[in-house]
Every structure is written in structure tokens, then in C-alpha cells.
Design a protein around this ligand. Sequence first.
Ligand code: SF4
Ligand code: SF3
Length: 554
Amino acid sequence: MDNAMFCYQCEQTAGGKGCVKMGVCGKTPEVAALQDVLIHSLKGIGYYGWQIIESGGEIDTPTYKFIMDTMFSTLTNVNFDPEHFVSYIQEANKIKSQLKAQLGNKAQSVPSAADYMAPSTKEEILRDAPKFSIMADESLDMDIRSLQQTLIYGFKGMAAYAHHSLILGKKDQEVGNFFFKGLAATLDKTLGVPELLGLCMELGKTNLKCMEMLDAANTSAYGNPEPNEVLISKKAGPFIVISGHDMKDLNELLEQTEGKGINIYTHGEMIPAHGYPELKKHKHLIGNFGTAWQNQQKEFDNLPGCILMTTNCLMTPRDSYRDRIFATSIVGFPDMPYIEEHNGSKDFTPIIKKALELGGFKEDEPERKIIVGFAHNAVLSNAGKIVEAVKAGEIKHFFLIGGCDGARPGRSYYTDFADKTPHNTLMLTLACGKYRFNYKDFGTVAGFPRLLDVGQCNDSFSAIRIAVALAEAFQCGVNDLPLTLVLSWYEQKAVAILLTLLSLDIRNIYIGPSLPAFFSPNVLQVLVEKFKVKVISTPEKDLEAILGANALKS
Ligand code: SF4
Ligand code: SF3
């Protein structure tokens, strides 16, 4: 195959336009091409699945699971292993044949793209792949392409949430059905800009439902998060660092390491685990190691313990820790040891053995701690106090500083922004962007820490729930609250969340550090004019615009 690839799905895309030779994330042209074929195959599955749903039929759980897992696997920094994608593509062929058989002779005007069957070997698939590259159809209107890709990326994000829910036994038919409807729509040449924009809003609404399901899945399995201090310094002894977003993997790992003299540290987006009663009850869930994903190569360098990657964000491992990093679930990297699931459970023995062999940290560091665990239940049990503090003028404004971190220098905006927020304001944080400033002491306001961490990107529902409850308490709309959303986007879960916020008609969202390359100028104009989306400028200018010139002095 030639070396061309095209991917512009994440914020760090090359030159702000698209990765064309090699992904900035480390994705190879081979993996990019296989992902293009997989996504194309999923569109065809979407077509047949939607026909079945429309004619009154149902989609079975294995097919639902396949869509969620495979879409999630194509998210940035999840899976770099060509072999995983070849087997997903082969499975997609089988599923499509089954759906065709299930539909029988009810199929109507089947678009030829829906009938695509990938060849069986990797070499043959790669020969086919250029036809399915994002830019393959040069005649496609740029706004249509932009909205089709926005839908696909929103689906990837929502697939991650649906995947996590399903792992904990929760599935939703409306959410599942919308995947088929939306994927089918990306093959429908009759849809114009208004229809595709409508589908993006429908995706946003469906994603809210999906995130609510995930919240219910997590809280019913592990209890409602409660404020808890987390150790962020090292303790002597063997250890395993668990990264990603999967609470079930963490729970199983905690159970299998109980009494074995191994400490478990969370990493990155796993830190909110320390708020869940059923997880924090394990004493050897000792603390959190390291910071956000983009620092992992430096932080894992020569680590005397093991790392388990349960989801994103994985970077190309350095040789100094290649022998001690493990993948599971939808994560993959060529030659990286992989922990399989058998009958709903996993055997972490190889990681446990290796962690004991490596011996761990030699001594304790001086203790440092931070607080996590302010999800909706913890915040809203204080709603009365918060409302009173706002009425008494003690809390003047709320900021939700949410989203992902990344390597771009422009991301220092969020730390500077947090530093410059006045003392009579309260900050809520979400996702991994908080690592840039969550170790700082921002003091208190009205008896609350000024920085309250709501959780992972997976907990965005919590933030929405808090905003809606505050709006009810003040008898106003969310847009009339003294609340500003300042978002940093990096990967496709942020796309799904942005669509959810827009579908709720939340205005004046600040977004950065740069805009998605897949938004065409016209699509961007709609976002700016209709939803008043704002691109970040400088913390001073933005804070002044939000609070007024005098507020900054307080
Ligand atoms: Fe480039 Fe991002 Fe695509 Fe990786 S995921 S290839 S960095 S656009
Ligand atoms: Fe972070 Fe990868 Fe998005 Fe879950 S872990 S927020 S970037």
C-alpha cells in the first residue's frame, strides 16, 4: 500500500489539519487504513441494523457490544495493534451477513457501500483501504463531510460510555438503536446540512441518556462517590499502576491483589476511583501515581512496578518499561502482553507476578494528598448551603473547567485561568485536564474547597446534573446561572460531550486550545452564531468578559 493516511479526529492532529504520514499519536498508516475499513464496515452494519429496527426487529447484545467495542477501539490513543483491527474487520463481515439474513427480503434500496465485504487477509484489506479514506471522495461537499465526521467522532465518544456501561451490565435500547440510525445516515447521500446537524443534536441528546446510564452503572456497582483524600506521593513496596477509565478492571485487580503485599495506584483518569465506597474500602488502593496521560513516557520510565492500561490514553511505550506494561479490553499495542476476559472475569496473575519481581519503590516519599469525590451526590447534598452562599454574595461565580489534557503549550491557558479566578468563585473540574492544576491549594470559599473534582470525563453527567439542579434551585435556566464552562478538548469523547451540551442549548461555552480540524468554516459559523461557542483567548480577557472588569480584582 502507499504510505498515505488521513486522520484529523483529535486536537493534536498534524499542523492543525490532518496526520498524513504518521499519526502524531503514533498511529501508523497501516492502523489508520485498517481503522478506515473498519469504520466503513460499521456503517454498513448500521444500515442493515437500522432496517431491522425500522421493520420492528431487535438487535442482539453481541452485535450491540461489537459496535461499542470496535468504535471505542478507534478512539485516539486506544489501540495501535493491526492484528486487533484485522480480526474486528473479519467479525464485521460475519455480523453483516447475519443482519442481512435477519432482514431477509425486507431490504430496501441498499446503497452499494452498505454491502461492502472486506477481503480476508490484512494485505488485501490494506489494498482496499484507500477507497475508504476520509478524503477519498474529493467531490463531497465540505460541510457534509464535516458533519458526517462530527457524527462519527461523536459516536466513538458515546461508544466509550456505552462500552463502560455494558461491562457493568447496563444496556439501553434507545442508545443502541441510535448507533444504527446514525451510522446508516452517514451512507445516505440524500441528507443535507440541516438533516446532519439535526442528527448531531440527536446524538448529543442520546449521549446524555448514555452518560446517565453509565452514572447509574458506576454508582450502583460501587456506591456514590464521596469526598476523600488521595495520596499522591509514593509508598515503599511492590505496586501496580492502573490507568484508563475502567472501574470494573480496577475492582477485579483490587480483589486479586488483596493480601499479596502489592499497592495499587490509580493513574490519569482513574483517580476518581478513590471516591467510590466499594473501591476505596480496599486499603491497598494506596494512592495515585503520576499525572495526565501525555506525561506517561517520562513518568513510567524505568518504573519499578507494572502498569495496566484499561482504556485510553496509551502512548508508544519506551523500552525502559515495555516489559512491564500490559493491555486489556479494547487497548492494544503490537507485542504488548494482553489480559483476556473469560466468562466475564480476568486473571491478572501475570501482572501480579511481575510486580512482585520488580520489587517496587524502595522508600516512602513525604506525604502529599489531594481531595477527590465531588460527584453530583456529594455536591448536591450541599446544594442548600451552596445556594445560600450564592444568595449571600459569598460565591459569585462557578466555573466548570473540564476536558482532556494534551501536549500543546496552549494548554497552560487552563492553569493560568484557574490561578486567576477570583477568590469568591468555585471551580468544578472534570477529566484529565485538571492534572495541570489540581495539586495547587486554591483555598476555600463559603466553607468549600475552591476546587471540587467531579470525576472522569465519563462523569460529565454529574456536572450536567449539578448545573440543572442549581438552575432549579435558582428557578432559572442553566444559561442564566452564574456558571461558565471552560472546556479543553483532545479526543472524541469530548466531541460527544460538546454535542450533548449544545443539544441542551447551553450557550457561551469556551473551548480550546484549538478548534477541531474537522469543523468546516460553515459548521463553525453555526456553532458560533447559534450556540455562541467561544474560542479561548487569554485567561485575563476571557475572565473579564465573563465576570466584568472589576470582578478580577476581588
Ligand atoms: Fe493524528 Fe490524532 Fe488521528 Fe492520531 S488520532 S493520527 S494524532 S489526528
Ligand atoms: Fe483524558 Fe485520554 Fe480525554 Fe477521559 S485520558 S479525558 S484525554
